[in-house]
Structures are given as structure tokens and as C-alpha cells.
Unconditional design. Structure first.
Length: 109
């Protein structure tokens, strides 16, 4: 039986997961995810809560949106962001599978 890392399809999944983790590992992006955990928020609230310039908050939100981790909607002049629960659950499931696979490999050795 091939291990998780030997399967080409799994390698691609691992690479995608690594890209996502690298992008969300930035401290301000993690703080944004925490702010969005319970409700959607206007970008004007996010940058003020983080005490960073609005353009920097927008940049971080754009990265998260490009990864499909957050979605946005416009209401008048305001843009509201919220977590994408489907992608968050997929991310958590992928992490769990990879961690369990690594654990199985450790116990075999």
C-alpha cells in the first residue's frame, strides 16, 4: 500500500494545503480569521480592530479571498467579509488526514 506522500494525487493535495497554510500563517491574516469566526465584518471594522492601515487589511483580505477562505459582499460603500465554512472544513479535514497519516507512519517504524 502506498503511503500518502507516494501518491501523485495526494502530493498535489499536500502542496495545495502547504500553500494555504503558508498564506494564512501571517499573523494579521490569522487575526482576521479570528475576527470573522463569529460574524461577518466590514473591512472598516477589521482594519480598525487590527490597528493596521486600511490598504494593508484589504491586501490580507484579498489573499484570503483568493484562497476562497473568505467571501465578500458589497453593501453601498462598505465591503463585508465572512468565513467560507465549506473551505474551512475542507482545510481542517485535510489537516486531520495528513496528521493521522503521519501518525500511522510513525507507529509503523
Amino acid at each position: 500500500m502506498k503511503t500518502l506522500c507516494q501518491n501523485k494525487k495526494s502530493k498535489k493535495k499536500i502542496e495545495n494545503l502547504a500553500t494555504i497554510l503558508q498564506n494564512i500563517a501571517e499573523p494579521n491574516r490569522l487575526k482576521i480569521l479570528c475576527l470573522l469566526k463569529n460574524k461577518e465584518r466590514c473591512v472598516c471594522e477589521i482594519w480598525q480592530d487590527l490597528k493596521i492601515p486600511q490598504n494593508l487589511a484589504s491586501h490580507h483580505l484579498k489573499v484570503l479571498k483568493n484562497l476562497d477562505i473568505v467571501s465578500s459582499r458589497k453593501s453601498g460603500l462598505n465591503v463585508f467579509y465572512k468565513l467560507n465554512p465549506k473551505v474551512i472544513n475542507q482545510l481542517l479535514n485535510s489537516l486531520e488526514k495528513n496528521l493521522k497519516s503521519k501518525q500511522r507512519l510513525k507507529t509503523k517504524n
